[in-house]
Ligand binder design. Structure first.
Ligand SMILES: C[S@@+](CC[C@H](N)C(=O)[O-])C[C@H]1O[C@@H](n2cnc3c(N)ncnc32)[C@H](O)[C@@H]1O
Length: 240
């Protein structure tokens, strides 16, 4: 991917995947994360959930990591008001050191694979630590909706809820709770992106930008064709 063009489209967008503050609040409640704790936002993007975690957990120390300096800078700016207890750094979520009471990861685990990510994070969890992560999910194992299949075409490993839970168990974890992310949480992701595309299309679009814009437009069109079937599963898990 042409990352320069990618960031023309994505610069300063509020988030890089579906999600809402209510999802973070639900997960911290299920995980029992509170008080003077250590939290990691793995694959933080521009830091929407880092900010929510910092606001929800006023005594927590939070480390946010992403591979891209542009996202890390956005997350750091967004969380500056929380002071030194929140840090955003360039780094790989494959190499967390911890110890963390909660590893939060929205829409990023699929870069490593569910079983692989959870197994790698096990040594970075404090005693009693939890992981909360969202992951693409098929609402029906035999999904035959064309828009849904096209939407997930680049993620052939996608599975249904039972499949995700099997991957969680294979990593030596148990499920504490699960919550589907559909509808409004996806609007929070795509509506600002649509507005950015409209702004860019309002004037002559440089040739180099066209592939990125077309890809985003096709993705959003598929989502609009099946907004109640394109989903993430947010799972809160603990070592078994
Ligand atoms: C779909 S975005 C979600 C971002 C953010 N969690 C959100 O919901 O807005 C996935 C993020 O994972 C990051 N990422 C992918 N592989 C990573 C890795 N190995 N270490 C850290 N971040 C990674 C990407 O740069 C991207 O920002």
């Amino acid at each position: 991917m042409d990352m320069e063009s990618f960031f023309v489209l994505h610069r300063d967008l509020p988030r890089e995947g579906p999600g809402e503050p209510q999802d973070v609040a639900w997960a911290t409640e299920v995980a029992g994360t509170r008080g003077n704790c250590r939290v990691c936002d793995a694959g933080c993007g521009p830091g929407a959930d880092t900010e929510t975690l910092a606001a929800l957990l006023p005594e927590a120390r939070i480390d946010a990591f992403d591979l891209y300096p542009q996202f890390v800078a956005a997350a750091a700016a967004r969380c500056a008001r929380f002071g030194a207890r929140v840090s955003a750094r360039v780094g790989s979520m494959a190499d967390l050191s911890g110890p963390y009471d909660l590893i939060w990861s929205a829409g990023a685990v699929y870069f490593l694979g569910v079983t692989e990510a959870l197994a790698r994070w096990r040594p970075a969890l404090a005693e009693g630590g939890r992981v909360a992560f969202s992951e693409p999910v098929l609402l029906d194992a035999a999904e035959n909706n064309r828009a849904v299949r096209d939407f997930w075409a680049d993620y052939p490993a996608i599975t249904d809820r039972a499949g995700i839970e099997a991957r969680i168990r294979a990593a030596g974890y148990r499920v504490l709770g699960g919550r589907l992310i559909v509808g409004a949480a996806w609007e929070a992701y795509y509506l600002p992106q649509e507005a950015r595309i409209a702004g860019l299309r309002a004037s002559a679009v440089p040739e180099a930008l066209e592939p990125v814009l077309r890809e985003a437009e096709a993705e959003i069109a598929n989502w609009r064709a099946a907004p109640d079937r394109i989903a993430y599963l947010l799972s809160v898990v603990a070592p078994a």
